[in-house]
Design a protein around this ligand. Structure first.
Ligand SMILES: [Ca+2]
Length: 126
């Protein structure tokens, strides 16, 4: 009986690990133009770009700029217009509404610096 409980515990722990891995695997992508991260490109995304440009909303973590800067230069009213054109069905020059992968930048491990320190020589006076 004890063995059965141990086996069930291990299986439960393994399934929890697998579930958490699946959740984190899907968090690296977003929709181009979906500035609020709702999963849909809508007029609220345009409004959010305009609020950031008017400094009514702070883009503290940079996610609004990352998702809303559809033309790639800097977040501007041109991005808001491009998203509006996409919503209205006119044109989509910047892959708005398509899935983009999160750009993960990993820094190379820095090499340890070797510095030599020399302690000052202070003669002992007697
Ligand atoms: Ca949205």
């Amino acid at each position: 009986m004890k063995k059965l409980i141990v086996v069930i515990s291990v299986l439960l722990a393994a399934s929890m690990f697998m579930f958490s891995a699946a959740v984190s695997a899907g968090s690296g992508s977003y929709l181009i133009g979906d500035t609020d991260g709702s999963g849909v490109v809508s007029i609220e995304d345009v409004t959010l770009i305009q609020k950031v440009l008017a400094e009514l909303v702070a883009d503290t973590d940079g996610s609004i700029t990352k998702r809303g800067n559809v033309d790639g230069d800097e977040l501007s009213i041109s991005d808001a217009t491009a998203v509006q054109m996409y919503i209205a069905g006119f044109r989509n020059d910047y892959n708005i509404g398509e899935t983009a992968e999160e750009q993960v930048t990993t820094q190379a491990a820095t090499q340890p610096t070797t510095r030599s320190y020399e302690l000052p020589f202070i003669p002992i006076r007697r």
